[in-house]
Design a protein around this ligand. Structure first.
Ligand SMILES: Cc1ncc(COP(=O)(O)O)c(C=O)c1O
Length: 502
């Protein structure tokens, strides 16, 4: 049987018209790749037979070049492991110099870069985006995920992998998964949908991008909650839409304020179940006002229902989409909070008459998410593991949330207003007059992952405070974490009791 080399073929070109013999061209090609750092010490090279067949030449010049490279110490060869770039190269200085040659990073002009690539300042490079440690927003109880169940489903699908899983798939996503999601959404979230209206996406961020491409134009104006989800703002920015910040109060987005600022906005992005970041639930009257506005102005409502599965004080609130009688709402859901965010799976519920348009946009983008993970998730939901996991996590997060709220009141005191603790996986603590970004940057240095509230505003009038996630911190560790937060210079120190209080 023909032995196939597993090494990657480097860029070795053969000029058939050149006077230089083939063996010399191959030798020169390898030397240049090694000197330039494209081939690194220890890296395997293709077999002589493999390279000859790739280059479409006889094996003799390849054998000649390899013999020379071995003799000069550029290659080493060991029985059983094949030929590799030598670990001790003869001319280390040339090699290292080439590797050290910097890739140019400073340009004289950025003229050729798309203007819309100028994303909102510092969204992803902010100093508090260290990402790990207590309070990480969006971090779930990773260690509580039922990995044995998940692994057995993965194994099951690996065993019976069929050619249809390997081909391009339906842009709406795997039917079995859409059916499982439809059952869940109708039952648990009061969403009016059938599997044919659901599109599987790689998380809400992509869901929003698809909505914008399907429904809006460059320059379209969009209401966004103020404060709101800053990563959503980047999606609008990337698509050249203009964000109109609309204030939020205890009843959610203030629809009349939105109408006053921009009555003919083409869309509104809202988080009615658990406003991000303040955590308020949109009242029934605001929901109806918003639907009325959308119908009257032929605008779209984009409902981001990112963490509504977790409610602690009362039953989950039905979706806004379930109240919509004019097909103005597109519903966005994600598995990032209920399962884990690196899964990158979410979904859209699209009004029936828009499904073809959304499908066309999706085809023009990346066609569909990987089929394999969709198949595993479909079984995870339809076999009951999903609802079991949510029930278990609801109890766990309720405990963690209580621990956080109690620790804030014991360790930090009443100076901070705590909002949004009835649902989800974060609370917001507000206190004007502090410098929340500086504190968040300091916190990151000691592995506390907090998001400053002021970073969620688009306009100039910004409240100060922190968004504190509680999903990944065990209840027993919470008060220690809050004490660490309290001790950050400039942070939320416990107020000293006044004499009269004693
Ligand atoms: C308001 C909001 N929407 C959506 C998401 C989830 O986004 P994705 O599905 O892209 O992970 C988050 C995550 O933190 C969020 O805070």
């Amino acid at each position: 049987m023909r032995k196939v080399s597993s090494a990657i073929t480097p860029v070795i070109t053969i000029d058939r018209k050149a006077r230089t013999p083939f063996h010399r061209q191959i030798y020169d090609g390898y030397c240049a790749a090694i000197m330039g750092g494209m081939l690194r010490p220890g890296q395997r090279v293709p077999s002589t037979r493999g390279l000859a067949s790739e280059l479409g030449i006889s094996r003799i010049p390849v054998l000649g070049a390899y013999a020379q490279l071995l003799a000069e110490g550029y290659f080493q060869s060991r029985v059983g492991t094949g030929t590799a770039v030598s670990l001790s190269l003869p001319d280390q200085t040339v090699f290292l110099d080439a590797r050290r040659a910097p890739v140019p990073t400073v340009r004289r002009s950025l003229g050729s870069i798309a203007k819309h690539a100028s994303l909102p300042d510092g969204v992803e490079n902010a100093p508090w985006h260290r990402g790990w440690g207590p309070f990480g927003v969006g971090q779930v109880a990773f260690d509580q995920f039922p990995f044995p169940v998940w692994n057995s489903l993965v194994t099951r699908h690996c065993r019976k992998i069929s050619p249809k899983y390997l081909d391009y798939s339906n842009p709406l996503g795997l039917k079995a998964l859409r059916e499982a999601i439809a059952v869940y959404l109708r039952t648990a979230r009061g969403v009016r949908c059938e599997a044919e209206h659901i599109m599987i996406v790689s998380g809400s961020q992509q869901a929003l991008d698809i909505c914008v491409r399907a429904l809006l134009d460059p320059g379209s104006r969009v209401w966004m909650e103020e404060p709101g989800y800053r990563f959503a703002r980047s999606v609008f920015g990337l698509n050249d839409c203009q964000v109109v910040p609309v204030p939020v109060d205890q009843e959610g987005l203030n629809v009349f304020a939105g109408i006053k600022r921009c009555h003919n906005a083409r869309a509104a992005l809202v988080t009615p179940s658990h406003q991000y970041p303040l955590g308020f639930t949109m009242s029934a009257s605001r929901r109806l006002q918003l639907l009325d506005w959308a119908e009257g102005s032929r605008s779209w409502i984009l409902e981001d229902d990112y963490d509504s599965d977790y409610r602690y004080e009362n039953l989950p609130i039905s979706s806004l989409q379930g109240l919509d009688r004019h097909s103005r709402v597109v519903y966005l859901g994600t598995f990032s909070k209920v399962l884990f965010s690196s899964l990158r799976l979410g979904y859209l519920v699209v009004p029936p008459d828009l499904v073809n348009r959304f499908r066309a946009v999706r085809l023009a983008m990346d066609i569909a998410p990987a089929t394999f993970s969709q198949a595993v998730l479909a079984d995870f939901i339809s076999e009951g593991h999903f609802s079991r996991h949510i029930r278990r996590m609801r109890m766990l997060y309720s405990e963690r949330r209580n621990a956080l709220v109690n620790s804030i009141s014991a360790e930090i005191g009443p100076g901070f207003e705590v909002t949004g603790s009835e649902a989800g996986m974060h609370v917001c603590v507000i206190r004007d007059g502090i410098r929340d970004r500086e504190i968040a940057a300091r916190a990151a240095r000691v592995d506390l992952s907090i998001v400053p509230l002021s970073s969620c505003y688009a306009g100039e009038r910004r409240r100060q405070g922190f968004i504190l996630g509680f999903g990944s911190t065990p209840a027993a560790d919470m008060s220690n974490a809050v004490r660490r937060l309290r001790s950050i210079p400039g942070g939320p120190a416990k107020p000293v009791p006044r004499k009269a209080d004693n």
